[in-house]
Design a protein around this ligand. Structure first.
Ligand code: DOR
Length: 445
């Protein structure tokens, strides 16, 4: 049956919530209306009491393929996406080989075409010496460029000022940046290794990957963007101080400088290092409760445009090493939306704002064609959530290849029950369809 009628859900879309029926025909949304009469050729999905959202678009994930597939694969992690209501993802270039050549890019797309459960796009990676490759990216099939302006997993640091200026001057698509000042980090790290050797207590992570390191790097990137006219997107803000570098004076469509915040920086604070240890070691570091409050404020007043996960799995064995050896990053896609549903219950954000930041805005910012909204004619990427169904994150239900989550033991008031990708119901209350239905994202430029 190619027609599906989602009956009676509270549809959250474009700033409002209202009870609507949504008809799917083939891959697309055919109709949204207060009452659509069922016919014999429709599958009916009874959704009274639930909320229907556009599928979430995660603009920052690390799925580790190729080269690091002992941690994760595009197949395993994109399946976890569906259980978490994420129907499209933009994946990062710090794989092995790095996604910094046309060939590596084509190879990644080919792997995703065979194995991805969610719609996929891949960021092209900039380095100190691949300017010609950067200039040649296809704007219709590439969301944009990713630059590491601070080192992290994968040694992709771009630290040549001339190259950086040239990239910012010539590249017209969004340039997404990881901002942490390398010199500051190295100086801080030396201070702590001099005292502790490799086994630095984890609570010093935000003293090493400090507020100053973030602020210095973000403000430098913003100055360069202003000077060159580049379209800059600053990933994973982690400090209250950085939020003041961003403005809410223009609508997103008109902004040249935008920002993202990640679930872990909204959820954890430095008080959690004691119980969670290196499981919450991320770059940039989780900082203070005051920083977290500042991030929430900037998110709600639109200085921050997007919520993402920075899903970055490592094995438990890797994470169990002493501070200097334990890699940064952790998995998140399966519970990002449920965490936000819990935050809605706690009064930190409205459900309409969650949809804006996780569905509409990534589509607008990266010009993703025909997705991110519940509109007739758009692809039927849709998520049903039950905000009355509480779940506790336990290891046995995790779909990540790495098999752990920094959220284990956490109770979340909100559960994804159904996920549709291009009109196909691929996730239904814990079960997956046998056939995938994902597509390569295209970009409307
Ligand atoms: O914590 C992080 N992990 N931050 C990054 O920027 C990279 C990521 C990874 O790939 O492990």
């Amino acid at each position: 049956m190619t027609k599906k009628l989602i009956k009676g859900a509270q549809v959250v879309n474009e700033g409002t919530t209202s009870k609507q029926d949504v008809l799917i025909e083939g891959m697309r949304i055919a109709e949204v209306s207060s009452s659509i009469a069922p016919t014999a050729d429709m599958d009916i999905i009874e959704a009274h009491g639930k909320y229907l959202l556009p599928g979430c678009i995660d603009d920052q994930v690390h799925f580790r393929e190729p080269g690091l597939t002992h941690k994760a694969t595009i197949g395993t992690e994109s399946k976890a996406c569906l259980a978490g209501g994420i129907t499209s993802f933009l994946e990062m270039p710090n794989t092995n080989p790095q996604t910094t050549t046309a060939q590596a890019y084509a190879d990644k797309l080919a792997t995703a075409a065979k194995t991805a459960w969610a719609n996929y796009g891949f960021m092209f990676g900039g380095t100190n010496d691949n300017l010609e490759e950067v200039k040649a990216v296809n704007p219709k099939t590439t969301p944009g460029l990713k630059l590491f302006l601070g080192s992290s997993t994968g040694n992709m640091l771009v630290d040549n000022p001339e190259t950086l200026k040239e990239i910012f001057s010539v590249f017209t698509l969004p340039i997404s940046v990881h901002c942490e000042d390398e010199h500051t980090i190295r100086t801080n790290l030396k201070k702590f290794t001099d005292v502790y050797g490799d086994d630095i207590p984890i609570m010093h992570h935000p003293d090493i990957r400090s507020e100053e390191a973030c602020y210095l790097s973000s403000s430098k990137a913003i100055s360069l963007a202003k000077e060159t006219g580049a379209r800059l997107h600053v990933f994973h803000l982690s400090t209250a101080r950085e939020t003041h570098l961003f403005s809410n004076k223009l609508p997103l469509e008109k902004k040249k400088i935008t920002s993202e915040v990640c679930i872990h920086h909204l959820w954890f604070s430095d008080e959690d290092y004691l119980s969670k240890g290196t499981h919450i070691k991320w770059n940039p570091a989780v900082k203070t409760a005051v920083d977290r409050a500042g991030l929430w404020e900037a998110l709600n007043d639109d200085r921050i445009d997007i919520i993402a996960t920075d899903h970055a799995p490592h094995t438990l064995e890797e994470k169990s090493q002493p501070y200097t050896k334990a890699p940064s990053g952790g998995p998140m896609v399966q519970h990002a939306l449920p965490v936000l549903l819990e935050c809605v219950k706690q009064g930190k954000i409205s459900l309409e704002k969650v949809v804006e930041k996780m569905c509409h805005n990534p589509a607008i910012l990266f010009s993703i064609a025909e997705r991110g909204f519940i509109r007739p004619g758009y692809y039927a990427d849709l998520v049903l959530v039950d905000t009355e169904k509480t779940q506790t994150v336990t290891r046995d239900q995790l779909l990540y290849k790495c098999g752990w989550s920094p959220l284990e033991g956490t109770q979340l008031r909100g559960t994804v029950t159904h996920t549709f990708v291009n009109g196909a119901l691929l996730y239904n209350n814990g079960s997956f369809a046998t056939d995938k239905n994902a597509q390569a994202l295209t970009f409307d430029r």
